[in-house]
Ligand binder design. Structure first.
Ligand SMILES: [Zn+2]
Length: 697
């Protein structure tokens, strides 16, 4: 905005040549995008979108794909791409100016999508298109797009009478407010508690970094410069439970942690009444839409069909994992007795004893392993895997980016044609949000100019290189990289030409982790791992004996961990399916009943786990927590075909590409799975990968 005259600057910002956010001719012009471009570009795109909606909704001719849907898809693709670039920069290259325009523009975009989702005229046109003779001439992918749109309108309340619609909207608003209060209460309750000690005997056993952090907290908050202060945040709480020799300290923190936001503390922060209201409102919402339960409503757009199917899946897995969970517990008790002289174990002893047993059994240093995984061999190793599986070549390509550390690559097929491209932003920065994720920059689709090449963002938060030493990755980080690359390949190797079901678009929520978790399996294969390793100093590959130790440690306590996940999943599903929030039974009593059925460790009576289960009460996992295990089963079972035919078998790789990666959301995930695997999924491979078949139970 360096022009002097106000109106010239507005005109120039709307010119695609001068406002890079309005240029859709190729890759995003990341080197040119400025915060000042955001407002004008998004306002322009929203206005265009509204004009297109008004125009296509008012059409009186029978709606067709090209006359009604295509203009809508085009305009929304532009909005998605431009707003996607802004959101991406806000996440990886944050600045006060950008954050300000992002936060100012976000409500405009949200408002637009709300209007779109409730537009009665558009909904009528979608239904008319579905019921028209031309519908049968559309491709399967196109039909799926239209059917998905109609489904989403219905789930958004489009079929309701006016009275029901206003109740529906009121429920959604109330839910949005109380679910966010649930997480605020939990955070406030977590922050409200600290414990300070000046007695060195109480902190015995804690690692140096945990002690230093506790000392820093004490020095900052209290008049106890020589003390240690502990909080209920994971980086403070976890080390105490794992390492503190002082049993009463562990008990003190455990009790405080599992009673957060419950009736024992500040009444204003008690989540108990919110739990009841959330479940009641969700049930009412599902009933309004004609579903038997909220679980049935939640599964409508998922791969799993019915709550009964999910319950059977979970109970079958529980039955098969329980003997191993009991064996894990017996080993822990024997070790506690023989090595530590402990007999009566309590909830606050298990993490402590587990850590001691883990070290005794698989003593190797994470840091020693790390020295074998420099970036300079990990990336070529990962790209070589893609070459072996799919015959694809990954080549570095110049492109404008948002930071000097960002790399850009093209994926070439056997005929050297570029079929997809991706940005790789590996290192942590102060301007980048935490975690690792994949996002779509451009989606494959057919336009009037031909096929649009898909582009993905792969983002991680690994430590950057220091001095002239290359960046080195822990084995967990290598797994993370493979996981995100798996999401990326799902997006990039699609062969679908319709935006709504191309790549990861339109893939059922409980199946979307299949391609990513699938890739993780290769990080446990010697044939893939060995060539990826090269010690930063000696240049030697990872020793086989060290790899075997890593493999053995992988399944430590997998039985106990599995039944714990099943306990949470069963609780979530029953709560949203056959639990009556208006009857006398409480959510806690439901959890107790499930624990008695599947758990091997029963926590103390005062444990209020539901009060801090934000995944289902404040996050997006209501009647969906099962999807963690569900997706693990799918990815392990898909991978087992590679184990049968050879893990680098090209025909199997081609089939995975064609039947899973290429089809995106154009057909149900179950159909894709069966087309690849030749049968429906089962849990055998996951249990075997987790070491729950070979051991005698
Ligand atoms: Zn993922």
């Amino acid at each position: 905005m360096e022009t002097t005259a106000m109106n010239t600057s507005i005109i120039s910002e709307l010119n695609p040549l001068l406002n890079p956010l309005l240029d859709f001719s190729g890759l995003p012009r990341f080197n040119e995008i400025k915060p000042a471009h955001v407002g004008p570009a998004i306002t322009e795109l929203l206005a265009t979108g509204r004009a297109v909606i008004a125009q296509v909704a008012a059409q009186t001719d029978a709606p067709t794909w090209s006359g009604f849907f295509a203009p809508l898809a085009d305009t929304h693709e532009h909005l998605q791409r431009a707003w996607g670039q802004v959101g991406h920069l806000n996440a990886v290259c944050n600045s006060p100016e950008l954050r300000e325009v992002y936060n100012a523009t976000l409500p405009l975009v949200t408002q637009y999508y709300t209007e779109l989702g409730q537009h009665a005229g558009l909904y009528r046109q979608f239904k008319a298109l579905r019921d028209s003779p031309s519908f049968s001439t559309l491709s399967r992918a196109q039909q799926k797009v239209i059917n998905n749109e109609i489904r989403d309108f219905k789930l958004g309340g489009a079929e309701l009478s006016n009275t029901d619609q206003s109740r529906f909207t009121a429920i959604r608003e109330r839910l949005s407010s109380i679910t966010s209060r649930f997480s605020d209460n939990l955070l406030d309750a977590t922050n409200a508690w600290t414990y300070t000690t000046t007695d060195p005997a109480e902190v015995a056993g804690l690692p140096e970094d945990a002690l230093a952090a506790a000392q820093a907290t004490a020095a900052a908050d209290h008049a106890t410069p020589n003390g240690w202060t502990f909080t209920l945040h994971a980086p403070s709480y976890m080390p105490v439970l794992q390492y503190a020799d002082h049993r009463p300290l562990r008990e003190r923190l455990y009790r405080a942690h599992v009673t957060r936001a419950a009736e024992f503390g500040d009444a204003k922060l008690d989540n108990t009444p919110l739990i009841r209201e959330i479940v009641q409102l969700r049930q009412e919402l599902a009933t309004l839409l004609g579903f038997a339960s909220y679980a049935a409503y939640s599964l409508e757009a998922k791969m799993a069909d019915t709550p009964g199917q999910v319950l059977d899946f979970l109970r079958d897995l529980a039955r098969r994992a329980q003997p191993y969970a009991r064996q894990d517990l017996a080993e822990l008790q024997a070790f506690a007795h023989d090595t530590l002289g402990m007999t009566e174990l309590a909830a606050w002893d298990y993490p402590y004893i587990s850590e001691k047993l883990r070290v005794a059994r698989y003593d190797f240093s994470e840091n020693a392993v790390k020295q074998y995984f420099p970036e300079s061999t990990v990336l070529p190793g990962m790209f070589q895997l893609i070459h072996n599986l799919y015959g694809l070549t990954v080549v570095a390509t110049p492109a404008p980016a948002w930071h000097a550390d960002v790399r850009f690559y093209s994926i070439l097929d056997r005929d050297q044609r570029c079929i997809g491209q991706f940005y790789l932003d590996l290192y942590a920065r102060s301007t980048k949000r935490g975690g690792a994720w994949m996002d779509d920059a451009i989606t494959r689709r057919r336009t009037s100019q031909g096929i649009q090449t898909p582009v993905a963002y792969l983002n991680c938060n690994f430590a950057p290189p220091v001095g002239d030493k290359p960046a080195v990755f822990s084995h967990d980080e290598v797994i993370t990289l493979f996981h995100e690359f798996g999401h990326g390949l799902h997006h990039l190797l699609t062969q679908i030409e319709e935006l709504g079901v191309s790549g990861i678009n339109g893939v059922e929520w409980d199946a979307v982790e299949l391609p990513s978790q699938f890739m993780e399996n290769f990080c446990w294969e010697w044939a893939v791992v060995e060539p990826m390793t090269r010690h930063v100093e000696t240049g030697l590959p990872l020793p086989r004996a060290l790899f075997d130790k890593m493999l053995a440690a992988k399944n430590f306590q997998s039985g106990m961990q599995t039944v714990r996940q099943i306990e949470f999943s069963l609780f979530d599903l029953h709560l949203h399916d056959d639990f009556d929030p208006n009857a006398d039974q409480t959510a806690l009593q439901l959890l107790d009943r499930i624990r008695r059925e599947v758990a091997v460790i029963i926590p103390p009576d005062y444990n209020r786990f539901p009060n801090n289960f934000s995944h289902i009460f404040a996050g997006g996992y209501a009647a969906g927590y099962y999807s963690y295990k569900w997706a693990e089963v799918l990815s392990a079972d898909a991978y087992s075909l590679f184990e049968e035919h050879g893990i680098l078998d090209q025909p199997t790789g081609q089939r995975f590409w064609q039947e899973i990666l290429a089809v995106g959301g154009s057909r149900p995930a179950l159909e894709s799975f069966i087309a690849f695997r030749g049968r429906p999924p089962n849990s055998d491979a996951l249990l075997r990968h987790n070491g729950m078949t070979a051991r005698a139970a």
